[in-house]
Design a protein around this ligand. Structure first.
Ligand SMILES: [Zn+2]
Length: 168
């Protein structure tokens, strides 16, 4: 099994990228570590928590489109640039020292490069504000997103309802 990522849901296969399950979990983890270090606003914290949620209990993520992340229409441009910086910071191994393993940088760099390029190319018109509204409406009241965005003490990663992506 592998996860398939695209910028927009209907992008042609040649513009999509396929990443192994293990690679995907490491990729999501390093993006969350970097984004947790850089996030300055709640809309940015939400994007990072959402990314962390994509690593499921079973360790399987089928992939997603960058356009289907819960973008806030009011701050799309600033948040898009934040995600570009997050991909850069992940490439610079931000937060890796907190992990109990050392990610395979050589394998990760092309994937982080794909994500960076994807966030550079993503446009507000590609996104749907209803995605954010729907995601928030399905949350329990005690979801970390509704409770001040607590972080893991060990990894400093923003927590999901299912805990810390790096502890799991
Ligand atoms: Zn943790």
């Amino acid at each position: 099994m592998a996860a398939i990522f695209s910028i927009r849901r209907n992008d042609p296969p040649e513009e999509q990228v396929s990443i192994s399950d293990t690679g995907t979990n490491v990729l999501l983890t390093v993006l969350v570590l970097a984004g947790s270090a850089l996030a300055e606003t709640d809309s940015q914290r939400r994007l990072i928590v959402w990314l962390a949620e994509q690593k499921l209990n079973e360790g399987i993520c089928r992939g997603f489109s960058l356009a289907d992340m819960p973008w806030d229409a009011d701050s799309f441009e600033a948040d898009r640039q934040f995600m570009v910086r997050t991909a850069d910071a992940a490439s610079q191994k931000t937060g890796w020292q907190s992990l109990n393993y050392w990610p395979n940088a050589k394998a990760l760099m092309p994937m982080l490069g794909w994500f960076r390029k994807g966030f550079v190319r993503l446009k507000a018109a590609d996104t749907d504000p209803a995605v954010l509204t729907h995601w928030l409406s399905e949350m329990n009241d005690d979801d970390p997103v509704q409770c001040g965005f607590p972080r893991c003490r060990k990894h400093r990663a923003y927590l999901t309802w299912n805990g810390c992506i790096a502890c799991r």
